[in-house]
Design a protein around this ligand. Structure first.
Ligand code: BDR
Ligand code: CA
Length: 317
């Protein structure tokens, strides 16, 4: 029995590793990739997704989705202002040959609706590794999806700190209204993988050596991507750079190895959509005495050994 999944993503280096793990792991069947504006503009996330799939010889379809957040013409701070002092921080295109295959004609939002309205597909996990714009638009256009998507696993948010602002994580901050509406939609099984988890399970240079030794196209491309992430990781500039988080791929690991997520609890989760200094903050109600109704499972830690072993298994398959 394989686990079927759709990845909604903004490829993106860590999204690329997530796609490769999903394509290669023998216990997973990647059904489709839907793309969204995020790390780079929509045309780039789409081309990058096609490049990754072409590189593996995969015929999985890519469906392009939303080019901007639901309510904002650009990010909360426009992309060129956000990246102003570090325009090269996000590379526009992955270092893989240009795609030979084409994006599907159908858009991502209508694809997601059609897919989940088909009774044959009610086993397929939706994994969201970018801003939640496509998922929110699909739920708004077809609210029955909330009871038809069996499981949503998303990378986003954080508890207590951020990577775009002091309190906001990128995916959630890009489209906070989308994130808040998805979390409140009533999907019965939602797992949130926030920065607290992804930063606690980093991939190291030694892991990359192991991937190189495996030697498959996915292993080598992932190793190159992760080595670049380690080199360019902005944290601790004076430290010897030996590891980096590969956020999105942990969501894929979780499907095969649920024990990769640790310190897991069920909580009420909201997203701040109006705060002057807190826009895009994920608010996780971890109070022991809270009577709020949980809407998500949240992991506050992850296991680096299990994550790295999962990636090796995937790249060997
Ligand atoms: C998330 O933001 C993106 O830059 C990454 O691809 C990941 O999904 C981490 O904050
Ligand atoms: Ca991403």
């Amino acid at each position: 029995m394989t686990i079927r999944l759709i990845i909604d993503c903004d490829t993106g280096t860590d999204d690329a590793v997530a796609i490769m793990a999903a394509v290669c792991h023998s216990e997973l069947e990647l059904v489709a990739v839907t793309t969204v504006n995020g790390n780079v503009p929509l045309s780039n996330t789409t081309e990058n997704s096609l490049r990754v799939l072409d590189h593996l010889g995969s015929r999985v379809g890519v469906y392009a989705g939303a080019p901007r957040p639901i309510m904002r013409p650009d990010f909360p701070i426009p992309r060129d202002v956000l990246n102003g002092d570090e325009p090269a921080f996000q590379i526009p295109y992955l270092d893989l040959p240009a795609s030979k295959t084409s994006v599907q004609e159908q858009g991502a939002v209508s694809y997601l609706i059609d897919y989940y309205m088909d009774d044959a597909n009610l086993d397929t996990v939706l994994v969201a590794t970018g801003p939640l714009t496509n998922v929110a638009l699909a739920l708004a256009a077809e609210p029955r999806l909330a009871s038809r998507i069996p499981q949503l696993v998303l990378m986003g948010g954080s508890r207590g700190w951020g990577n775009v602002t002091a309190v906001a994580e990128f995916n959630i901050w890009v489209d906070p209204e989308a994130a808040e509406s998805v979390l409140g939609a009533g999907i019965r099984d939602v797992t949130v993988v926030p920065l607290n988890a992804t930063h606690s399970a980093q991939i190291t240079l030694e892991d990359c050596d192991l991937f190189d030794a495996i030697g498959t196209p996915a292993a080598i491309a992932s190793s190159q991507i992760i080595r670049q992430r380690i080199l360019n990781y902005p944290d601790a500039p004076d430290a010897v750079k030996r590891s980096a988080p590969v956020h999105d791929a942990i969501c894929i690991a979780y499907l095969v190895r649920p024990d990769v997520l640790e310190d897991v609890g069920r909580y009420r989760v909201h997203v701040e959509t109006t705060g002057t200094h807190t826009l895009g903050e994920m608010v996780i109600d971890t109070r022991l005495w809270s009577d709020s109704v949980p809407n998500a499972r949240v992991a506050l830690r992850a296991n680096a050994q299990i994550f790295s072993a999962f990636l090796s298994d995937a790249f060997r398959d």
